[in-house]
Each structure stands twice: as C-alpha cells, then as structure tokens.
Design a protein around this ligand. Structure first.
Ligand SMILES: *Cc1c(COP(=O)(O)O)cnc(C)c1O
Length: 354
C-alpha cells in the first residue's frame, strides 16, 4: 500500500509523475533509449530542458520580465555561496529565520560584510522577525521564505530598495506571491518540485556583473545563462522529473489552484492541533507554514501509543527535526487532502482513547 508521506524531504511527487517517469527509464519518447542513456545534447533532452525552464517562469508569472530559469547542481546549499560569490561586493543583509538562513550567512561571510538584520534564534526560531529596519547601501537582502525545520513561513515580504534574494526550497510553487518582487529565487528541487539532484534558480539578469572578483565558470550564473543550463552535463533525470511535476501543476490550474488545496490541508491540520488538547503547535500562529507543520504532544507519555497509531495508519515521516523535537507534518503540493485527513483522524482517535 502507498504510504501517506509526511516526510520533509526528499520529495513527495504525484503518482502520475512516478508512473510517467518510470516509463521513461525503459523507453523515452519511443526513442528505443532510456532517458538515462540519451545524450543531454539530443533534441529530445534539449526540449525537456527548454520546457522545464519555460514552465518554471510561466508558473511563477515571470515570463518576459527579464528573468532566466536555470537548473543547476550542488543543491540549495551551493546557492548559499553562489549568491554571495556573484552578488556581494561590500555588504549584504540577511534575515535569520532558521538553520538554513544561518548556513547561508556562514557561507556569505566568506565574501563580504554580513549584517543580520533580525533573528529569531533566541526563541529557537519559532517566529518570523518583523518591523526590522534595513541599513542603507546593501548589495542585497537574503530571506528564507519557508523554514522547513521550524515550520514558519514569511507571509508578508518587506519592501526593499536593494535586490531581494529568496531561498524558496520548501515552498516554491505552493502559494501565490508577486514573484517579480524578487531578483533571485532558488530552490532545491527535492522538497516541492522534483527529485534530489537539481536546483532551480530564477534570476533577473540585470543584477549580474556588479562584483569585481573573478568567478570560477561553474559558480558564475552568467556561464549557465549563456549555455542554457547546459555548460556541463545537467542532472538529466532530475530535470526531467521536475518538468513532469511542473506539467502536472500547470494542468491542475497552476499555483492559484494548488494554493487553495494547500490552504485547506494546512487549515485542517492546524485546527486539529488547536482544538485537540493532546497537541500543541510549535510555531507562532501568525507565522505558521502551510508546508511544514510543527507540533508536539502535551503529554509525553502518549508518544508510544501515538507513534504506533500513525504508523498503523500508513503514515510515514512524521518525526520532528532533532532541533525542534516532537512532530513535523510536511504537506507539499503532491500531498492530498485525504492524506492530511488520515493524520487528523489518528489525532482525534488518540483523544478518544486517552
Ligand atoms: C532542504 C533545504 C535546503 C538545503 O537544500 P540542499 O539542496 O540539500 O542543499 C536549503 N534551504 C531550505 C529552506 C531547505 O528546506
């Protein structure tokens, strides 16, 4: 039986995508070759890459606005340093909202002065700092839209007069935003858009070329823009499966349609966390993520019973990250409302039993 996969990553993808992707391993486009053995320079694959790049811009509403979409390797973690390498000349601002922000700050410090404009580290990142004042003359401001580990999400993005960079690894394509506010968006595929192995970067070309340092070819966005993400061998299969997932999302009605479902899923789970006296939420209510819900039992003695019950119900990956403890339910785009319903049923069943 297919499990209800609440794991934070890598990825949960639509069943249709798994089916089509598995067929392509055997025979891609009736070519008599597997997607794993065709040349990345073949027309069949160049078409996949073009479609993937176009779909990313189309879904984000960024076509014709001076943006380029790239599919790179090295994960979101490489973007922590690549953003600074390409864009940090003197000083940049970082909002520290969790482990991933913290890691991006550490990398950026290798390239210039980093000003932590605000941080919620003192409260184990259970809220998103607001109302902070930005210093003048920043090369850019870096944000993490969704804090996968702590279950918080930025709901209102600050108005800034410098370039805005955002790590959207765990909520890309999940909700409507004015994406043209951002100058660079990056996302490791393996949370909400595809298998591990590729990272989407959407970048406004005109922010490049302003730093004086020499940049190695592989770490220079300009290299990848000029070669259409084909400077070296791309992660063919990861890009292909990401493309299938974006096709699936477009057919479903795009971000508008998926946001509605995501809001219903999050609403269902959070209302159970609020109403059921056996559970308590971790993240501040106004900052709760619609992708990753963090919560715990009010009575630790029930842990063994609860764990056995959700496992019995076919639920996978509910344990919280070690830095928060408790539970974390990740509800990425491909998770159905029914799966969330299964979890909520187990939680209310525990209340009846206890
Ligand atoms: C998972 C995650 C990362 C790290 O991604 P890798 O691709 O493993 O480097 C970075 N940022 C956020 C918000 C994440 O959720």
């Amino acid at each position: 039986m297919k499990k209800h996969n609440f794991s934070a990553g890598p990825c949960i993808l639509p069943q249709e995508v798994f089916q089509e992707a598995s067929q392509a391993i055997l025979d891609f486009n009736n070519s008599g070759l597997s997607i794993l053995e065709i040349s990345h320079r073949s027309k069949d694959f160049v078409d996949v890459m073009d479609e993937a790049r176009n779909l990313a811009l189309e879904l984000l509403g960024l076509e014709g606005l001076g943006y380029k979409a790239l599919f790179l390797q090295g994960g979101a973690s490489t973007q922590f340093l690549m953003t600074a390498y390409n864009l940090l000349q003197t000083k940049a601002g970082y909002l520290n909202t969790g482990t991933w922000s913290d890691k991006s700050i550490k990398e950026a410090k290798l390239f210039g002065d980093i000003i932590e404009v605000a941080s919620s580290k003192d409260a184990n990142y259970k809220y998103i700092p607001k109302g902070f004042v930005l210093p003048e003359g920043l090369d850019y401001l870096h944000l993490t839209s969704n804090n996968t580990i702590f279950g918080t999400q930025i709901k209102n993005f600050p108005e800034v007069d410098c370039p805005l960079i955002c790590d959207m690894s765990s909520d890309i394509f999940s909700r409507k935003l004015d994406f043209s506010k951002f100058d660079l968006i990056y996302a490791g595929a393996q949370k909400n858009m595809g298998p591990a192995g590729t990272t989407l970067v959407v970048i406004r070309e005109d922010i490049l070329g302003k730093v004086t340092r020499a940049i190695p070819s592989m770490l220079d966005y300009k290299t990848h823009i000029s070669k259409g993400s084909m400077f070296n061998t791309p992660s063919v299969y990861a890009v292909y499966v990401s493309m299938l997932t974006m096709r699936w999302l477009k057919a479903k009605g795009g971000i508008d349609a998926i946001e509605e479902i995501n809001d219903r899923k999050a609403g269902l789970l959070y209302s159970e966390i609020e109403l059921n006296p056996l559970f308590t939420g971790f993240a501040a209510k106004e900052d709760r993520s619609s992708m990753n819900a963090t919560f715990s039992l009010t009575d630790g003695d029930l842990k063994e019973t609860f764990d056995a019950m959700w496992k019995e119900a076919g639920i996978n990956g509910l344990n919280g990250h070690r830095s928060v403890g408790g539970y974390r339910a990740s509800m990425y785009n491909a998770m159905s409302l029914e799966s969330v319903g299964t979890l909520v049923d187990v939680m209310s069943e525990l209340e009846r039993k206890a």
